[in-house]
Design a protein around this ligand. Structure first.
Ligand code: ADP
Ligand code: LRH
Length: 488
């Protein structure tokens, strides 16, 4: 089979990007053709995604992709949980709410009145996060928008719908809604009914590799693309695509999908739905090829990006590279915090919140920007250590290496700290694992490559750059730091 040119649309919390993957047996080359900012908008007391601006970025990206040559296909992945609501005419009823909006919280009690936390976990297998779609929809009960809604589309499904006209819910991302049964992998209708949500809101499920449709004539005209351009379902949850993009050589690996969030875990054949797993805050999201992504959401580089935003607004130095090199000169463990503290979730003054938590745990708060950055990186490495160890314990898997993918793999200090903290070798990269996973699933569906995840990962190993970090330092220092963070 000839080589294919496939576009990956990858919308992240910090930026959207369109990449072109050239792929065939033994070849996988990814080129970024367009990147655009993703700027949430606070309006009317709620935090929204500017989804039309993102869609305009997607169209610009497809146009740019077309300028580099004809396209054989398109796949879309994006962040989880948030939905756009469409009315009976298929019109978007409002901008999707952002998962960091505080208004979702009222939904938690409403859902727990129908199914307590234990029942919910046995059903959907998800870590408790206050913004999971089921809580978001419950919070909107009684709103005019939800009353008018006939279809709820997760963000990548919404983009796919605008590109093709097709209405579908891709299953890896549907598994983040809390409304999918982790056992049957179908919509959990009894829960949907008990919550009084209309069944019609939830579209038919599709799986990665399924054909979705073709770009509409209007999209072809807007992008200058020609012919019939297929859109294929990929792991539409960006983390699902990123895990495909992990260049692991065996199944004895843990991963950190390291971007705005850090998703830390292992790949399993079946969910772990025990009470211990629930208490440890582990999630069972669906992966490509029927796998389970058994992982924890760690607050991630959000702690750093939101600190930088705070400093920049105050006119303080805010260059990422300079801050990281200053942090590398600060002694380790000056202060550490529990990254999982829910107070870190919302936008706002991050350095102040970090200082507050340090005081609450009896530590001297960071005294400089460099110390704050160091505190964030030490604390993230500690959280990765805890999550990897707990994933191994609860799932019974063996782990010999930690693969880190996503933008955070560029952070050399964080990578070394991760190796030291976990006491395991770290393999960092590729940075654009989600786009690579997206392209690989399309390529396989089109017959340009064959095999399971192991074969797709072998192609990644042969074609992508990976940086190696070996563990060092004093392991007991990490256990002591963990106690100081309030988690030990
Ligand atoms: P998302 O998909 O959530 O938008 P990315 O995977 O693009 O996130 O990762 C974004 C993060 O990567 C940034 O918050 C930043 O901390 C980190 N990052 C990006 N470039 C670099 C770099 N050159 N050096 C260190 N860190 C980087
Ligand atoms: C990462 C991510 C993560 C979700 C969060 C909302 O981009 O998709 O897997 O938990 O966004």
């Amino acid at each position: 089979m000839a080589e294919l040119r496939l576009a990956a649309v990858d919308l992240g919390a910090s930026s959207g990007r369109v990449m072109v993957g050239e792929v065939g047996p033994g070849r996988l080359e990814l080129t970024e053709v367009h990147r655009f900012a993703n700027r949430p908008v606070h309006v009317g007391g709620r935090l929204h995604w500017d989804v039309l601006s993102l869609y305009a970025g997607v169209l610009d990206g497809l146009r740019a992709a077309g300028r580099t040559g004809p396209l054989d296909g398109v796949g879309i992945d994006s962040w989880a949980v948030d939905v756009g609501l469409l009315d009976g005419d298929g019109e978007l009823l409002g901008n999707p709410l952002h998962y960091r909006d505080a208004g979702h919280l009222v939904g938690v009690d409403r859902v727990h009145a129908v199914a307590d936390a234990g029942e919910l976990y046995r059903l959907n297998g998800l870590q408790h996060l206050p913004f999971t779609t089921v809580f978001q929809l419950a919070a909107r009960q009684g709103s005019a928008q939800l009353a008018a809604a006939r279809t709820a589309l997760l963000v990548p499904d919404l983009v796919a719908h605008w590109l093709t006209g097709v209405v579908a819910a891709e299953v890896t991302n549907a598994s983040t809604t809390g409304l999918l049964d982790a056992g049957t992998r179908q919509w959990a209708w009894p829960l949907v009914d008990a919550l009084g949500l209309p069944r019609e809101l939830l579209p038919p499920l599709v799986s990665p590799g399924d054909p979705l449709g073709v770009l509409t004539p209007a999209v072809l005209e807007q992008t200058g693309l020609t012919g019939s351009v297929p859109v294929t379902a990929v792991g539409s949850h960006d983390t699902a695509s990123a895990v495909v993009g992990v260049p692991a050589a065996s199944d004895r690996f843990a991963y950190v999908s390291c971007g705005t969030w850090s998703l830390v875990g292992v790949e399993l054949p079946a969910p772990v739905l025990t009470d211990d797993s629930r208490a440890a805050g582990f999630t069972n999201e669906l992966g490509v090829d029927g796998t389970v992504r058994y992982l924890r959401n760690v607050m991630g580089l959000w702690l750093l990006s939101e600190s930088i935003r705070t400093w920049s607004a105050a006119g303080l130095p805010a260059d990422l590279a300079e801050l990281l090199s200053a942090a590398a000169r600060v002694p380790a463990f000056t202060a550490v915090v529990d990254c999982d503290d829910p107070r870190f979730l919302a936008p706002g003054d991050m350095p102040a919140r970090i200082a507050q938590l340090c005081s609450e745990t009896g530590q001297t708060p960071p005294q400089s920007q460099a110390e704050t950055v160091r505190c964030i990186l030490d604390s993230l490495a500690l959280a990765y250590r805890r999550a990897v160890r707990t994933a191994v314990e609860l799932s019974g898997t063996a782990v010999e290496v930690v693969h880190v993918v996503g933008g955070g793999a560029r952070n050399t200090l964080l990578m070394q700290l991760t190796a030291d903290a976990c006491g395991l070798p770290v393999r960092a990269g590729p940075v654009e694992a989600a786009a690579l996973g997206n392209v690989l699933v399309q390529a396989r569906a089109a017959g340009a490559v064959t095999g399971g995840l192991a074969e797709l990962r072998a192609l990644l190993r042969d074609t992508q750059d990976v940086v190696r970090y070996e563990p060092g330092g004093d392991p007991s220092a990490w256990a002591a730091a963990e106690r100081r963070s309030g988690r030990g």
